[in-house]
Design a protein around this ligand. Structure first.
Ligand SMILES: Cc1cc2nc3c(=O)[nH]c(=O)nc-3n(C[C@H](O)[C@H](O)[C@H](O)COP(=O)(O)OP(=O)(O)OC[C@H]3O[C@@H](n4cnc5c(N)ncnc54)[C@H](O)[C@@H]3O)c2cc1C
Length: 391
């Protein structure tokens, strides 16, 4: 082991998983989180086989299913007017023996929080970090004025990370020209255990069941010119969502009409950070590489990062470990994030020849060769950072 102690900033999925993974390897970990309590914030997350590999290696899959994670059976692309199926990607084929789960973010946070506590991570809530200084030891300052030092500081404070800006002063996000409403509704339409992507001109709706099928998670994305702030908890009037999706019929229309509370999130494109570490300080998860949601990989990439970083820190001198961590992760996360950004265009084609041809191509592919649809994602889902060759 190259270090004996570390501080992790942020009790999100990245922070809690890296804290648990480091502590499991015998490193003394303190985790500082600005929120005063771990609350039920957030809604649906998709845990794909690549992220699940890390949860399995941490021994947490059973805990997740006890908390009513839903095993996803397919991703279905459908047209907006009446919900006609355009393509079906069967998740039960091809992804080896690893399921694909739909989970409530709060349930995954609880599972990781318990794992961190079981491994003796010391968790401080209501502890906002206001400054981080690389060095030996690395240091940080909390909003209450107290100073902390550690051999390693992992910044997992999410997309507004100040450390990302400290290490990458030019790394500024840009409004992507899209907004996403997020909502959770009761499952009164017997939504199958599938993720449905209902595609309309300039907009699409993603829906999938949560908590043993009792709830449905909705993410409704619209292209728009007017800037909107980037945040998870900004409330909006459901009437705006209904107006934007008034042309959606079938079950998609019914689900939109059932929304009584929603949030609005301005989607921003951020470059993957060029510099992930400096002298005992390192970025992880959204702090290093925020992503658009169109491939559902934000949480999965954070889990992958956590495993790789803990493994390298455990086996190499810290400076080498941090270099190797960035070089092991940069190309992978860049590819995922670029693919996610491309999906928005595919889902939002406007009526015309290109849209018809694209839909026809998807329909033919999913009917004639259903296995090829999922195998196109092998590079994403079969990537297992816990396998010996990747570790
Ligand atoms: C409140 C919230 C709700 C979300 N809901 C969803 C959702 O419904 N669906 C979805 O797909 N994704 C959601 N996400 C995003 C998703 O969890 C992340 O994209 C992904 O899991 C990567 O997580 P992360 O750990 O890198 O960052 P995050 O999940 O953003 O976690 C960062 C953590 O750091 C804490 N923090 C931030 N600044 C400081 C500071 N200065 N000092 C101390 N602590 C700090 C934050 O409070 C947060 O707990 C949500 C994120 C948040 C924070």
């Amino acid at each position: 082991m190259s270090i004996s102690n570390a501080i992790v900033i942020g009790a999100g999925i990245g922070g809690l998983s890296v804290a648990a993974a480091l502590a499991k390897r015998g490193i003394a970990v303190t985790l500082v989180e600005k929120a005063a309590e771990i609350t039920d914030i957030g809604a649906g997350l998709q845990i794909s086989p690549n992220g699940l590999a890390v949860l399995q290696a941490l021994g947490l899959e059973a805990k997740l299913t006890e908390r009513a994670a839903v095993r996803g059976q397919a991703v279905v692309l459908q047209d907006y007017k009446v919900g006609r199926q355009v393509a079906r990607i069967d998740l039960l084929r091809g992804s080896a023996d690893r399921p694909y789960y739909f989970v409530h973010r709060a349930d995954l946070i609880d599972t990781l929080y318990d794992a961190a506590r079981r491994n003796n991570v010391s968790i401080e809530l209501g502890a906002e970090v206001v400054a981080v200084t690389p060095g030996s030891p690395a240091r940080l300052r909390l909003a209450n004025g107290s100073l902390r030092r550690a051999e390693l500081i992992v910044d997992a404070s999410g997309l507004h990370s100040k450390t990302r800006l400290l290490l990458n002063p030019d790394s500024v996000g840009q409004f992507a020209g899209q907004v996403a409403w997020r909502a959770v509704i009761a499952n009164e339409i017997s939504h199958p255990k599938e993720a449905h992507v209902t595609m309309g001109p300039g907009r699409h709706l993603v829906s999938y069941p949560l908590r043993a099928g009792r709830l449905i998670n909705l993410v409704a994305v619209e292209e728009r010119a007017a800037w909107a702030p980037e945040g998870w908890s900004i409330a909006d009037d459901p009437a705006n969502l209904r107006a934007a999706f008034s042309s959606f019929g079938g079950r998609a229309g019914d689900m939109i009409n059932a929304v009584d509370r929603c949030t609005l999130w301005g989607l921003h494109l951020h470059p993957v950070a060029d510099v992930w570490h400096e002298n005992g300080v390192v970025l992880l998860g959204d702090a290093a590489h925020p992503t658009l949601p169109f491939l559902a990989q934000g949480a999965n990439l954070a889990l992958e990062d956590a495993w790789v970083l803990a493994k390298l820190v455990d086996t190499l001198p810290a400076d080498q470990a941090l270099r190797k961590y960035q070089s092991a992760r940069h190309a992978r996360v860049s590819r995922v994030i670029k693919t996610a950004a491309g999906n928005a265009k595919r889902y939002h084609l406007h009526p015309g020849v290109v849209r018809s041809a694209a839909h026809l191509g998807l329909r033919v592919a999913s009917t004639v060769a259903p296995g090829t649809m999922i195998s196109a994602f092998n590079w994403l889902y079969l990537h297992d950072v816990t396998a010996a060759r990747n570790a």
